[in-house]
Ligand binder design. Structure first.
Ligand SMILES: Nc1nc2c(ncn2[C@@H]2O[C@H](COP(=O)(O)OP(=O)(O)OP(=O)(O)O)[C@@H](O)[C@H]2O)c(=O)[nH]1
Ligand SMILES: [Mg+2]
Length: 907
């Protein structure tokens, strides 16, 4: 109306803002009609200066390092924050009333006419105008007004076919703008809900209470920079039953719910739009608008639920999500982030978030920051990240910042145990309370010595140790300034970044149980490539192993030759008539080799005895490859090879490599995946290896898998850490390093039951009993008391062979194994269960009983053949299931104790 009149009336030049305000026009015209019967309504003139206006405030947004100007409203004089608070409070009792307020947009009369509660007409006018910029600060109302403003209408409600999904009564309201009940306000100032809400007022259990937000508080919450601080979230007193909508109170446990990112109230699809309005700040109840979000829900910002997608058009959803992420009130409040004991200013927060390596998933809380090395962690905890160094944020770091108790310091901070272990893994001596100086590129030196001792990040072992210990590791050391570290693409490091979403599996077992075979098999299975370096090392190791197998054969050859000669001499003595003399016997000796090969043989055996085989590689390959070939063609060597089963020193796997000895000995040999799998001794020297992987979606082959519920499967990351028992130290003391693993997979070799090893004192111990002892030590270790265990009974293929010849009862622990035998060796009872399977079940039961007697919990068990890919795949998938069950147990417990904190399934 105003604009129409303005366009008709002669224009008046506006020179400045002041003039603008004064550029009044009279809309009154002389009445010349018939006399009126009733009172003429009085028109109260609108004072434009009292309507809130927007101004540009040059303030860098803290989100995503963007420097976006934020529209910040200037609260007009006389407009009371207290009043806003009261409005919110009222709204909290019946959020839907705000929606109805919104629906009357344009119907000023209703509002103005009922403003007995003291709402200024101007305010009411302002509210119904629905100008989002104007109402930004006071948007407790604008949320509700979303339905009425032209923008919202045209964009999504009127234009959306999805409106069909809303309940009938709601559509009616929207269509007619019916607000008779909504616009009713009582003397006490309480806005009553629409008639359909009447019954729920009585039984409404949900109470949302708000802090009394006064103007003085508002003023005091202005920080140094003059940046307004948004109020804390309302407290939800939640005694609602699970699955109940907070608005209609209807219960549907499995129905999707949308959750308010501020108070956590959950709404069903029929109520969500009423409860949340046009969502100018994202998914918040109307009454929660302008309140800070619940920090626990920060991770869900901008992640739209399926419910909203169904209800709204894509464009609207996009707009809501973008507001949710970008609006000022939803940004991290700098004063809630403490760095080295000091709350950040806005400038510091911007600096922190815009540096090349900012802290990931920053939440309000207390952090420590080592400016020299870039180490960053939560107060009282080990470092969780390496961020850009030398940022001017926070105070100086405190010595006890990470609550370390190791007497070892890095850059004036006493480091934690995992960090000490990492230094020790790197071979750095830490005796005598040393204080180190570590720079961002990993250079370390004793404080005050000016003598760089090495670079931490250059050591491969440090990378593995960091992965195993959940310590941060920079992905690139190229930049001497330390920039560019901590890259998401680094597989090991991604674990540290996303620790909350990666499941850690610890694979441990006694000597020769098969842990490294299973680890390698997993790498091949889940396409975790061996790096160039690794392949080169593996090649050298395979060739070295080959020479050691050849050495064992050559040693055997010497023995066979001597036996042969002794036999020949004995025959000659027994048969003196024989014409053959000793020399002739020697010549016919099938185990004799040429002097050249003999020289090679003596040299190799000598090297092996002295333990220097490692030192001659890879040079030996170039030198001796032709000799290996020659040896292979040699008759005596072949004769020895055919008797290789008599050589107990020769491992079973040697066959695999010896069969291709000539090829493997060549310089240009490239190990295949199979070669790597079969190769011995190729895991890292300190016995710890780690890999990140995820299960491919197609990896469902077993009845216990439920593909339908695991569509996000490939997104879930796993970390498999293999540790050699020897690396666990005395009484498994290093197990502490693995305190955050989710599942312990303990590996036992099923054929250990009749095998023994001799310790340094010459005492023989049954390997199965030794494995049982190690298992007990691990299960009873304080770090692992609550952990789930999966027992991997490995080498099932070998058990099938051995059990036919060697009874299980050879092991003292298995004395009562007494299977019912049948005539057929592989069909040992009515259930068609083989002897090996029965033995497996028996051993599994033994371990289960042991585990339950210690922990009172259930042990999961699976038979495995480490050399078979399917079998290992199955075992790891079973591990995943165990984790899932554990998670479900945990969720049920959590739900029972505190339902309010549980995020909606729709998120
Ligand atoms: N036939 C067969 N051999 C296996 C199986 N699992 C492992 N092996 C072999 O058993 C030997 C020991 O396996 P590893 O994987 O090296 O055992 P480990 O647990 O790493 O033991 P350490 O080498 O002492 O660290 C290797 O020669 C493997 O090839 C299996 O399921 N079947
Ligand atoms: Mg091994």
């Amino acid at each position: 109306m105003t604009s129409v009149l303005m366009s008709i009336l002669p224009s008046k030049r506006v020179d400045n803002e002041e003039d603008d305000y004064n550029s009044d026009y009279s809309f009154a015209m002389e009445y010349s009609g018939p006399p009126v019967s009733g009172d003429i309504p009085e028109v109260v003139p609108v004072d434009f200066r009292r309507i809130p206006t927007a101004a540009m405030v040059a303030r860098a947004s803290t989100f995503n390092n963007l420097s976006l100007p934020v529209i910040k409203p200037i609260v007009r004089s006389g407009y009371s924050e207290k009043k806003l608070s009261v409005d919110l409070k009222l709204g909290s009792e019946s959020p839907v009333s705000d929606v109805h307020l919104g629906q009357i947009g344009g119907s000023d009369e209703n509002l103005l006419g009922n403003s007995e509660d003291g709402v200024h007409r101007e305010e009411a006018l302002g509210l119904t105008t629905g100008e989002s910029n104007v109402l930004d600060r006071g948007s407790s109302s604008s949320g509700g007004l979303g339905f009425s403003d032209g923008h919202a209408d045209s964009n999504w409600l009127s234009g959306s076919s999805k409106i069909e999904d809303l309940d009938e009564e709601y559509k009616e309201d929207l269509g007619s703008g019916n607000c008779s009940n909504a616009s009713k306000s009582t003397r006490s100032g309480e806005l009553e809900d629409c008639e359909d809400e009447a019954p729920r007022q009585g039984n409404r259990i949900q109470v949302v209470t708000f802090r009394d937000y006064t103007s003085s508080e508002a003023a005091s919450e202005e920080d140094d920079d003059g940046v307004g601080v948004f109020p804390e979230r309302p407290v939800v007193v939640d005694d609602m039953r699970k699955g109940t909508c907070y608005r209609c109170h209807k219960r549907n446990r499995f129905g999707e719910k949308e959750v308010c990112i501020v108070c956590g109230a959950k709404y069903c699809s029929k109520c969500v739009l009423r409860a949340m309005g046009s969502m100018p700040q994202g998914r918040k109840c109307i009454t929660c608008i302008d309140f800070r979000i619940d920090e626990l829900r920060r991770g869900t910002l901008g992640k739209c639920s399926r419910m909203l997608r169904k209800l709204l058009t894509d464009d609207v959803v996009k707009q809501i999500m973008s507001s949710e992420v970008l609006c000022e009130v939803n940004q991290l409040p700098p004063h809630l982030i403490y760095v080295n004991d000091r709350p950040l200013s806005m400038d510091e927060l911007v600096l922190l978030q815009s540096c090349p390596n900012p802290p990931k998933k920053l939440k309000p809380g207390k952090y420590w920051y080592d400016k020299v090395s870039g180490f960053w962690g939560k107060e009282g905890e080990k470092p969780c990240q390496i961020i850009s160094p030398q940022l001017a944020v926070g105070n100086q770091i405190r010595q006890d910042a990470s609550n370390g108790n190791t007497n070892v310091q890095i850059n004036n901070r006493e480091i934690t145990k995992p960090e000490l272990w990492m230094l020790q893994a790197a071979g750095i001596r830490c005796e005598g309370n040393p204080t180190f100086w570590v720079t961002a590129d990993g250079s370390y030196q004793h404080e005050g010595m000016n003598n760089v001792m090495g670079k931490l990040w250059d050591k491969k072992i440090v990378k593995i140790a960091c992965a195993a210990l959940s310590l941060p590791f920079p992905s690139s050391t190229a930049n001497p300034g330390g920039e560019g570290v901590d890259n998401d693409t680094d597989k090991i490091n991604s674990k540290n970044i996303d620790e909350e979403t990666t499941n850690k599996l610890l694979l441990v077992g006694s000597d020769q149980s098969g842990t490294s075979t299973i680890f390698k098999q997993a790498k091949i299975l889940y396409n975790v490539p061996f790096s160039e370096d690794e392949r080169e090392n593996i090649k050298v190791m395979i060739q070295r192993n080959l020479y050691s197998y050849i050495g064992i054969l050559l040693e055997g050859r010497e023995r066979f030759e001597q036996d042969y000669l002794v036999e020949m001499r004995r025959q000659r003595i027994d048969q003196p008539s024989s014409s053959a003399n000793t020399d002739q016997v020697d010549e016919k000796n099938i185990y004799s080799i040429s002097p050249r090969l003999k020289g090679f043989s003596s040299w190799l055996l000598q090297i092996m005895v002295s333990g220097n085989l490692e030192a001659i590689f890879p040079a030996a390959t170039r030198e001796y490859a032709p000799l290996v070939e020659e040896l292979w063609k040699d008759r005596a060597f072949q004769a020895t090879y055919t008797r290789r089963n008599e050589l107990h020193m020769l491992p079973r796997v040697a066959n695999y490599f010896l069969n291709r000895g000539v090829e493997i000995a060549r310089i240009d040999y490239e190990p295949s995946d199979m070669d790597i799998l079969y190769a011995e001794n190729i895991t890292s020297s300190n016995g710890v290896a780690s890999m990140d992987f995820s299960f491919p979606n197609s990896s469902y082959r077993d009845s216990y898998m439920e593909p339908a519920i695991d569509h996000n499967n490939s997104l879930i990351r796993y970390q498999l850490i293999r540790v050699h028992a020897d690396s666990l130290g005395e009484n498994c003391k290093w197990l502490e390093m693995f305190e955050d693993v989710d599942l312990v997979m303990y590996c036992v070799s099923l054929i250990d039951y009749n095998e023994f090893y001799e310790d340094i004192n010459g005492v023989c111990t049954n390997k199965m009993l030794a494995s049982k002892k190690l298992f007990t030590n691990i299960v009873t270790h304080p770090t692992f008391v609550e952990k789930d265990f999966l027992l991997i009974l490995n080498k099932f293929d070998l058990l099938e062979e051995k059990i036919e010849h060697v009874p299980l009862t050879q092991c003292d622990w298995f004395q009562d194994f007494n299977p019912v035998t049948s005539l057929h060796p592989y069909n040992n009872n009515r259930n068609n269960t083989s002897l090996a399977q029965r033995a497996f079940h028996y051993i599994a039961a033994k371990y289960k009983r042991l585990f339950t007697s210690i922990t009172g919990r259930k042990l999961f068990v699976i038979p495995v053949t480490g050399l078979e890919a399917d079998s290992v795949d199955k075992a790891l998938q079973y591990g995943r299931e165990v984790l899932r069950w554990a998670e479900e147990r945990h969720t049920i417990t959590m739900t029972e104790s505190t339902e309010s904190m549980e995020p909606s399934k729709s998120l």
